[in-house]
Design a protein around this ligand. Structure first.
Ligand SMILES: *Cc1c(COP(=O)(O)O)cnc(C)c1O
Length: 434
């Protein structure tokens, strides 16, 4: 399968090149040249298949031409060593829990798959490959843990100083080995800009092999389609087949875009909801047709504090830049911190279910949006304990239990390199590593 750039001013590349490059040379995002539908027989029997089996069928449609079947199966099965269950919350609302992986956020799915696919492509390579990743909190840990100890790969995690939770920070600053954490004196947007600029810098490209593990990378972004299919299968088991609405807490829009891909492959989703915090750029676009990026503001759903969502370029491309077509597929909602706190507490108190602040936005949008006869699924993108401080302020101290996996991370010692948000400083730093 070839991959083209959303900016369409460079030639198509192979999957391997798309994965290693991350971003196309014209700054566009890579898109697969075709999105193939799965056969009806697959959907007829999907409820009889496991998460791994379903994902393997989906993966073949994306990567089957480029990775031999046996290798691809191993990549998929090894990535998904955990479940993504659908949990009932109230009458018509379900939570798709995406936090059962090693770092307790949905990014484990893409992060683990990308680490495995990249190592597969680099087998026998003698040069070190440097993975640059900007994180608003959860990507860093998923990617770092996915790549930890992998020979020939060094990961640099850039994160905004003081803007990620303590637990999030511990998950990528305590690992050592081939993982370096860089604490940037700026916002997530600054981190993302540093990474994107690095890929376009000739001097850096001459000295170092660089790749990105943000959701701009197709190997991270496409596998996120897997759990949408699984959610449908698990609803089918409960006898639910139609009128399913998926609500996606969104920041950089990789997760939601993967859902749109799943639908193009035939998954019967009635519509999508993009739930935003106060960083409501896409919400405004859906209202007005104008896309106006702004500096991000910090909120209690910090992983969605994105002022210029990268994957929006993919959504535009998917629908030929038609505002009408995009509006027909998805609706937008936006919530203030006060609204997020309120709904989180209400779900906890009324339904004995504890969402995290991101999932809470997805839940609230369903509550507002669902019509009679529809069933809603919100993507519960992280475990609430990743935001213990915030969540305990809402539902009371001592009410969030820390899973064993997170407790282990908390014991480590934070090691990170402070850096300004100036690109020259970042470039000098990287060149010194070469
Ligand atoms: C990254 C993240 C999001 C936003 O996902 P995008 O794919 O960037 O839209 C939402 N919730 C949590 C917990 C995250 O870590």
């Amino acid at each position: 399968m070839k991959y083209y750039s959303t900016n369409k001013s460079v030639s198509e590349v192979s999957l391997k090149d798309a994965v290693i490059k991350g971003l196309a040379d014209d700054k566009g995002l890579f898109m697969p040249e075709r999105i193939e539908a799965l056969p009806q027989s697959f959907f007829d029997n999907i409820h009889k298949l496991s998460f791994q089996e379903i994902s393997f069928e989906v993966a073949k449609k994306f990567f089957g031409e480029d990775v031999p079947e046996a290798d691809l199966k191993e990549l998929v099965y090894d990535t998904l060593c955990f479940d993504c269950p659908v949990v009932h919350v109230n009458d018509t609302i379900y939570s798709l829990e995406l936090w059962h992986g090693p770092t307790l956020a949905f990014k484990d799915v893409g992060g683990r798959f990308m680490a495995r696919l990249l190592s597969y492509f680099l087998k026998g390579n003698t040069e070190q490959v440097n993975v640059l990743v900007a994180t608003s909190g959860d990507t860093g840990s998923a990617v770092a843990n996915g790549f930890l100890g992998v020979d020939g790969i060094h990961v640099y995690v850039l994160y905004p100083k003081g803007l990620v939770s303590e637990i999030q920070e511990k998950q990528f600053t305590t690992l050592g080995q081939n993982i370096t954490a860089i604490e940037v004196d700026g916002t997530f947007d600054d981190c993302q800009r540093l990474v994107k600029t690095a890929f376009l810098d000739q001097e850096l490209k001459a000295g170092l092999t660089l790749t990105s593990a943000n959701s701009i990378n197709v190997a991270r972004f496409l596998p996120q389609a897997f759990y949408y299919f699984n959610a449908y299968a698990r609803l089918r088991e409960k006898g639910i087949t139609d009128d399913i609405v998926m609500s996606v807490p969104s920041g950089n829009f990789g997760n939601l875009t993967a859902g749109l891909f799943a639908k193009k492959m035939g998954l019967p989703i009635k519509r999508f909801i993009a739930a935003n915090n106060e960083n409501d750029i896409v919400y405004k676009y859906l209202q007005s047709g104008k896309y106006e990026p702004r500096a991000s503001v910090s909120t209690i759903a910090n992983a969605m504090d994105v002022g210029d969502p990268s994957n929006f370029a993919r959504i535009l491309d998917l629908f030929d830049h038609s505002h009408e077509a995009i509006k027909a597929e998805m609706k937008g909602y936006r919530y203030s911190d006060a609204e997020i706190r309120e709904v989180l507490k209400a779900v906890h108190d009324n339904y004995d279910y504890l969402p995290d602040p991101h999932g809470a936005t997805g839940y609230k949008a369903l509550e507002e949006d669902l019509q009679d006869g529809e069933v809603g699924v919100f993507l519960e993108t992280a475990h609430p304990a990743k935001f213990t401080e915030t969540v305990e302020k809402i539902i009371g101290v001592g009410n969030v239990s820390l899973p064993e996996k997170l407790a282990e991370f908390m014991k480590g010692e934070k090691l990170s390199i402070p850096l300004s948000k100036e690109f020259d400083d970042f470039r000098d730093f990287l060149l010194k590593q070469a």
